[in-house]
Design a protein around this ligand. Structure first.
Ligand code: TPP
Ligand code: MG
Length: 317
């Protein structure tokens, strides 16, 4: 066990979790504008994948993308200010939750169109291959994307051109209120990789080490001309589809509770203390540091200026 790495992953997952809980709190109090889909419960996926990426590697996110942005290294201040519609946000407050871009960190955007990141990442990978830049592109997408044409076209293209791309399906078993088992007869996303002749791996998406290991292998393969991989990370959102959906009309309370008991952060914390001999005080310190980081981001966003009405056409094409 690489304890230093595990502690880093623990801290990053905690950042993602606390960030989203703060967004939830402010949103429910009517302080944040727009519309948000929270990543609570799925932190291990974005964290484990992005920990293997270079700063210049490119990731394409989804409507549930705050965690991907933070995991890729976009500062908490920039993301929080963007959600708040402030000029200091990563897209100058014009993008909000679902059009949040920070290409300088290799974060190629959240995206409100289900499945749309798949061909975009594939195109980025083609560009990287042509430029011989050594970059890898990653597409994150949900189970809701895998029955769309963009999934088939993207994966087929990525495979036939042997592109440096990794396809990461965050299978949280539901697309809005539609259970995945009702949307398809083949509920194994990883098995679909065979149709494109690429490796497909199914992993426990609530085990950050499993995610880290699978992503490490796939990214190394992509970077050394070995072509794409499809990773299916089995996970679950502890919250509703979006803020406003209680998430319990189409999922039983027992199912939600069962998945909550597999919380990726708590699991890693128990492993660190129980097996790796890390002192609880060290974990407590990480919690305090994350809280300070979050307080700073929220304070920064709160105090940042709103765009002026006279600037409404800036950044519009
Ligand atoms: C092309 C398209 N169809 C439908 C929608 C409406 N929509 C928004 S999110 C969503 C469900 C997405 O589910 P999934 O891909 O599993 O991601 P999750 O929300 O579970 O993270 C749908 C159907 C959309 N945004 N884009
Ligand atoms: Mg889903």
């Amino acid at each position: 066990m690489d304890v230093k790495l595990l502690l880093e992953l623990y801290g990053k997952m905690l950042e993602l979790r606390e960030f989203e809980l703060k967004v939830q709190d402010l949103y429910r109090r009517g302080m944040l504008p727009g519309f948000v889909h929270l990543y609570v419960g799925e932190e291990a996926v974005g964290t484990g994948v992005c920990a293997n990426l270079r700063p210049d590697d490119l990731i394409y996110s989804t409507h549930r993308g705050h965690g991907h942005a933070l995991a890729k290294g976009v500062p908490g201040r920039d993301v929080f200010a963007e959600l708040w519609g402030k000029t200091t946000g990563s897209s100058a407050g014009r993008g909000g939750s679902m059009h949040l871009y920070a290409p300088e960190y290799g974060f190629m955007g959240t995206n409100g169109i289900v499945g749309a990141g798949i061909p975009l990442a594939t195109g980025s990978a083609l560009s990287a291959q042509l430029r011989k830049s050594g970059q890898v592109a990653v597409a994150f997408f949900g189970d809701g994307a895998v029955n769309s044409g963009s999934f088939h076209e993207g994966l087929n293209f990525g495979a036939v051109w042997n592109l440096p791309v990794v396809y990461v399906c965050e299978n949280n078993l539901y697309a809005t209120e539609m259970a995945f088992r009702r949307a398809t007869k083949n509920t194994s996303v990883a098995s679909r990789a065979a149709a494109y002749k690429m490796p497909g791996v199914e992993i426990d998406g609530n085990d950050v080490m499993a995610v880290y290991g699978a992503a490490k292998e796939a990214i190394a393969r992509a970077r050394s001309d070995g072509g794409p991989t499809l990773i299916e990370a089995k996970t679950y959102r502890f919250v509703g589809h979006h803020e406003g959906d209680p998430g319990t009309d189409y999922r039983t309370r027992e199912e939600v509770e069962e998945w909550k008991s597999r919380c990726p952060i708590r699991r890693l914390g128990q492993k660190l203390v129980g097996e790796a001999g890390v002192a609880q005080a060290d974990l407590d310190k990480i919690h305090r540091d994350v809280q300070a980081w979050l307080d700073d981001a929220v304070q920064f966003a709160r105090q940042s200026p709103e765009p002026k009405p006279s600037e409404v056409l800036d950044h519009a094409f």
